[in-house]
Design a protein around this ligand. Structure first.
Ligand code: IVH
Length: 661
């Protein structure tokens, strides 16, 4: 028997290795038939000796590399966030409150670096890594197991002989600054947009649908909290960290036990000084009450534990010179003053521009061209100018004035509140360029590899003058452009082709209707289900929706009232853009149906499935947008509501006839 066990183990190891080589690294070492032979042999042995079956076996999971979408998975315990403070007094106050609450004079703390990455949950069953989930909303996140498997410091198996049956741990995934700089160099060379900071780069790398891309990125992880454990929980945070590292996972270097809050404050100062020596971003110290019993007694307040605090560092600031102030025309025509800076490194990221937001901000800062300024990057994407260093003025600085005409198209600028706007809309090149970049962007239609830079280049070279031109791009034309080779052109065209199948909400968002962000686009898609219905929607129907105010409603209606926009949408559809609408085809296409009372010949869920299979949507409540109510035996209040609203009501028999029609 021992022999069989060994045979099974060896086969599993072999198959896993080749799965990894094939799926993740794209570098197979054996032929498909050899792989198949080994896989079949393993299957046979496992069937014959079920006692040796393991959830860890590659037969239990096909190494599918591309996930269609991420599955939403609940966390073992809520993944809370932290309340944050930036001043010493606030930290001392936190200590006082904890002491009062616990009725004790002494509390010891564990202080950890606050890592600037993204939180994930790692789940191990019988010591085997089975699942990895992003933080999401704290209760559930996206499953990114295959991607996390490519992170070197996440062991596939926990260390030691006596591993817990069930173990779930929280950690922070991050990218080292040097790896980040390296990656950005590669991105830029490949004509792609650079990542704004290491955290964005880590998040972008982890949320890839193809784990091979994640595998090419250097990610690291530090763990700091056990979310669930089949065995007895340790009794302090310190022991928790020890257990985490004993099981083979990394914890952040530099954690310190502090027996009083003054020590925690001292640690904060020390770490802040050392911050620049580290090859990863930290933005503060997390102060945690050490005893888990104390933690339990203190409890949580909404999403934050009362037993922990983020004591933030001052945002990093550097001094540089404003070389010029230019105006950037955004997608909606707003003119934003932007300071062009002498490039300066702020925490690993080279900053060469900073937004000045609007003219009020220019006046508040009193910033002039030629001024020396302090720039800060507070973990955010857009760096800010925080102050002008007046002492360094020479008198040769120049005052900036907002131009009277749009710098892109020459149309006279209009002033609205503190904003200046070019009213030319899509007749303004800058706005078209932005509109194209927005349509192809990640949250919208998401054309992979179509960067802002690409949008700019294709527009400037005259290949794209409107969104629909994207779908008419030809390889020959792309190859004529500077920096375009066969592979890049083929990849872009393939990504464009792939993007044709798009969900309605993304498409609506991509159209760039003023005030219609991701959320409102999703509301519209949900509420109306089909583009044709959104195009025909009235002001009244829109304002009846809770999330939509009159301003947004007006923008939606007037967008679709413009022939030019409708023609453009028609063109997109002609070119093969296919919208995944709710209920596009079928006998109940686009219909919202509500059931009330008990049905005689089928269950509610069967009825719901029938509706969906015919392209309709089964809804739980009656609203203005309900098309039909099916009343079974003893209908409830929905029946009355439907009558009040004059919504058509039919019987179960009539409903069945409808499906046969
Ligand atoms: S503890 C209840 N510890 O900071 C536990 N969080 O601003 C709450 N973070 O969402 C988190 N380093 O993503 C904790 N050593 C650390 C951390 C840490 C970084 C992140 C975490 C959290 C965010 C809160």
């Amino acid at each position: 028997m021992k022999n069989i066990k060994k045979q099974i183990q060896d086969l599993r190891k072999k198959i896993k290795r080749h799965n990894h080589l094939y799926y993740t690294l794209n570098k197979p070492e054996i032929s498909d038939s050899e792989y198949d032979r080994s896989a079949k042999e393993l299957e046979r042995l496992e069937e014959q000796y079920p006692g040796y079956m393991s959830p860890d076996s590659p037969t239990q999971k096909i190494g599918a590399p591309v996930q269609a979408g991420f599955a939403r998975v609940r966390h073992a315990a809520p993944m809370l966030s932290l309340g944050s403070v930036s001043r010493e007094e606030e930290c001392v106050k936190f200590d006082r409150t904890c002491k009062k609450e616990l009725g004790t004079e002494e509390i010891d703390y564990v202080c950890e670096p606050k890592l600037d990455g993204l939180s994930v949950e790692l789940v191990y069953e019988r010591g085997i890594f089975v699942r990895g989930v992003t933080r999401g909303d704290g209760f559930a996140g996206e499953e990114v197991t295959e991607n996390l498997k490519t992170v070197k410091n996440i062991p596939q198996r926990l260390k030691g002989d006596k591993v817990p049956r069930h173990f779930s741990v929280r950690g922070e995934v991050l990218m080292h600054i040097t790896d980040f700089q390296e990656l950005n160099k590669k991105q830029t060379e490949a004509g792609k947009d650079a990542f704004a900071n290491p955290r964005n780069a880590a998040a972008g790398s982890l949320r890839q649908h193809d784990p091979r891309i994640t595998a090419e990125r250097e990610l690291d992880i530090y763990c700091y909290r056990i979310l669930a454990l089949s065995e007895e929980m340790p009794s302090t945070q310190e022991e928790m960290l020890h257990l985490i590292s004993k099981l083979g996972l990394k914890t952040a270097p530099g954690v310190r036990h502090c027996s009083a809050i003054e020590e925690a404050v001292r640690y904060h100062h020390e770490l802040e000084k050392k911050r620049d020596e580290l090859d990863y971003e930290i933005d503060g110290v997390v102060v945690k009450v050490n005893s888990l019993d104390h933690q339990r007694r203190l409890g949580t307040r909404t999403a934050n534990p009362r037993w922990a605090l983020a004591f933030k560092f001052e945002p990093r600031k550097e001094v540089t010179r404003v070389e010029n102030i230019v105006v950037q025309v955004g997608r909606t025509g707003v003119l934003t003053p932007v300071a062009l800076l002498q490039p300066v490194e702020v925490g690993g990221v080279t900053v060469s521009r900073a937004t000045l937001h609007n003219m009020d901000e220019v006046a508040r800062l009193d910033v002039k061209i030629g001024d020396h300024v302090k720039v800060q990057r507070a973990g955010d994407v857009i760096p800010d100018i925080t102050e002008v260093i007046a002492d360094k003025r020479t008198g040769r600085e120049k005052v900036f004035h907002m131009p009277g005409d749009c710098p892109s198209c020459g149309t006279p600028v209009k002033k609205e509140d503190v904003y200046y706007r070019c009213p030319a809309g899509l007749a303004c090149p800058a706005q078209i360029k932005e509109a194209i970049a927005h349509y192809v962007s990640k949250g919208a239609v998401d054309i992979d590899g179509f960067s802002d830079k690409t949008a700019g280049q294709l527009y400037e070279e005259g290949l794209i003058n409107r969104i629909s031109d994207i779908y008419a791009l030809r390889k020959e034309d792309l190859l004529k452009l500077e920096g375009w080779k066969e592979k890049k052109a083929v990849n872009l065209l393939r990504a464009i082709e792939d993007s044709k199948d798009v969900t309605l909400d993304r498409f609506i968002f991509g159209l760039g209707i003023r005030n219609v962000g991701k959320h409102i686009a999703a509301v519209l898609a949900d509420e109306f289900g089909a583009l044709a219905r959104i195009i025909a929607v009235s002001m009244d129907e829109l304002v009846a929706i809770k999330e939509i105010g009159p301003g947004t409603a007006e923008n939606v209606v007037s967008f679709f009232a413009k022939d030019k926009n409708i023609q453009e949408i028609e063109k997109l559809v002609e070119q093969g853009v296919s919208l995944r609408e709710k209920g596009k085809k079928g006998r109940l296409a686009g219909k919202k149906i509500v059931f009330t009372g008990s049905l005689q010949t089928m269950s509610r869920s069967e009825a719901g499935k029938l509706v969906e299979s015919e392209g309709g949507e089964a809804c739980s409540g009656v609203s203005e947008t309900t098309d039909l109510v099916v009343a079974g035996e003893k209908p409830g209040s929905k029946f009355d509501t439907a009558r009040e609203k004059s919504i058509k009501i039919i019987s179960e028999a009539e409903f069945k006839k409808l499906l046969e029609a």
